[in-house]
Design a protein around this ligand. Structure first.
Ligand SMILES: [Zn+2]
Length: 311
């Protein structure tokens, strides 16, 4: 990491504008409340990962699930990122504006017989533990969900930069999964895959709570003929009782008027050396030091978050 940072510092020759960036990362919060500490760890980790390589860093608002959205939360999250000095490149895109792109992907999958309308209810799928291998609906619903067909024996494997080799028997453990919900909402899995490809994302750096979603996203990329980015899953921040912070009562909003303590704590949660950034005079000074000192090899690996790791 330090080598990259040094190259960045010494490289005064700008790249030709026609050359695509070798690295494009993103932070993609859901607007379900103010930015909390767990989100800051993911934002800082992905920002450092991108900037230390001289890469671009985009922000995407993942508001595809309108039932969970909190009005005004997206603006609060963006303001918090600015207060923490985490500036992004380009326009912020919102998944709520992207329905046409998701529909085009869905139509393509339906036309090729890779996706299908499903009327199965939760009760219908109880005998198979909620896993869908074939339609067993006893009655047609008013509106069908759309599922992606996953062959029973299909296994998806990939290399995660922190967690190593991950392999999931997708057909057996997940089955045919929903890409458009019966209530009309686009499923997260479809939206994130379409958006990552449309934005040319080369590196996905995010919380390990999404590690188990990654095989579904790889399978969707394969079915849609889209490239697969590199993946780095950061440690989850747990509260004292071992619960993921964002789901616990302890997920209090960050103090954006006093960013340094939270940045220091996030640096610690990323396994970095606290001494290297101590005594910073302000946010920009802190981020400059952090960028030079960020050491990807120190990112902690939590075995509980990677059940499919095979090495
Ligand atoms: Zn079904």
């Amino acid at each position: 990491m330090k080598i990259w940072a040094t190259v960045l510092e010494c490289n005064v020759m700008p790249l030709p504008t026609s050359t695509p960036p070798p690295y494009r990362g993103r932070f993609a919060p859901s607007p379900t409340g103010p930015l909390h500490f767990g989100s800051l760890v993911a934002a800082l980790g992905s920002w450092l990962h991108a900037r230390a390589r001289g890469g671009e860093w985009l922000v995407r608002i993942e508001d595809v699930d309108r039932t969970r959205e909190v009005h005004g939360a997206a603006e609060l999250q963006l303001e918090a990122l600015r207060r923490f000095g985490l500036e992004w490149d380009g326009e912020v895109i919102r998944q709520s504006d992207r329905a046409a792109a998701y529909q085009a992907a869905l139509d393509d999958l339906l036309a090729r017989g890779l996706a299908f309308a499903c009327h199965c209810s939760r009760t219908d799928l109880e005998p198979t533990g909620g896993i869908h291998h074939a339609c067993v609906a006893t009655a047609a619903r008013e509106q069908a969900a759309i599922r992606l067909r996953v062959p029973n024996e299909r296994v998806i494997a990939f290399e995660d930069a922190v967690h190593g080799h991950i392999a999931q028997p997708l057909g057996r453990e997940v089955g045919d999964f929903v890409i458009k919900r019966a209530d009309g909402c686009w499923a997260y899995q479809l939206a994130v895959v379409v958006d990552d490809a449309a934005q040319g994302i080369t590196d996905v750096v995010r919380g390990a709570d999404l590690l188990d979603s990654t095989p579904r996203q790889l399978f969707l990329q394969q079915q849609l003929g889209l490239p697969t980015p590199r993946y780095t899953h950061l440690p989850l921040v747990m509260d004292d009782e071992g619960r993921k912070l964002s789901k616990s009562l302890a997920a209090l909003p960050l103090d954006t008027d006093d960013p340094l303590p939270a940045l220091m704590a996030a640096w610690g949660a990323l396994g970095q050396d606290m001494a290297t950034v101590a005594g910073s005079t302000g946010v920009n000074d802190w981020l400059s030091r952090a960028l030079l000192q960020f050491d990807e090899s120190r990112l902690p690996r939590d075995p509980q978050t990677s059940p499919h790791r095979t090495t």
